[in-house]
Design a protein around this ligand. Structure first.
Ligand code: FES
Length: 152
């Protein structure tokens, strides 16, 4: 039998009110629907008896956490060492310019969200871009438009 999914309040109650609970709480909060809403930040702050600014301050240090709903497709641009020296930053800048969003944001039409990630584990294929579960290797800015066009 599939285990019952916990509500956010049950998730909060499953953690002790200590600052060391913050990261696992943020992870569980994000697992629920793909991002951490302002209401969840407020709930976490109240549970841990810290300020919302402290929650945001810690969470924004980690690129894994997002504060806006994810898009229908998630773009991850690798900025690990191999990808960085092969043009990963240029690819990220191009996505930012073309989609008019920054990492951690979603396009207004909900089509894409954009993320920067450390090594995706296939450095020999650098620079690498991942969209949903698809890996694109040796990407350059000319290929980006064709790749984007594959996703509705
Ligand atoms: S650095 Fe990009 S896949 Fe390893």
């Amino acid at each position: 039998m599939k285990p019952k999914k916990l509500s956010f309040l049950e998730i909060l109650d499953s953690y002790s009110a200590e600052e060391s609970s913050l990261i696992p709480l943020l992870q569980d909060a994000q697992d629920e629907d793909g991002y951490i809403s302002p209401e969840k930040v407020e709930g976490i702050a109240q549970h841990l008896k810290i300020t919302e600014s402290q929650v945001y301050g810690v969470a924004s240090f980690y690129s894994q956490f997002r504060f806006t709903p994810p898009g229908r497709h998630s773009i991850s641009v690798c900025l690990g060492t191999a990808c960085h020296v092969s043009g990963g930053e240029t690819l990220l800048n191009t996505f930012e310019r073309d989609l008019e969003i920054s990492p951690g944001e979603c396009t207004p039409d909900g089509r894409f969200d954009l993320n920067r990630v450390a090594c995706l584990g296939c450095c020999a294929l650098a620079p690498v871009v991942k969209i949903d579960d698809d890996i694109y290797s040796k990407v350059n800015v000319i290929k980006l438009n064709d790749i984007i066009g594959l996703y509705e």
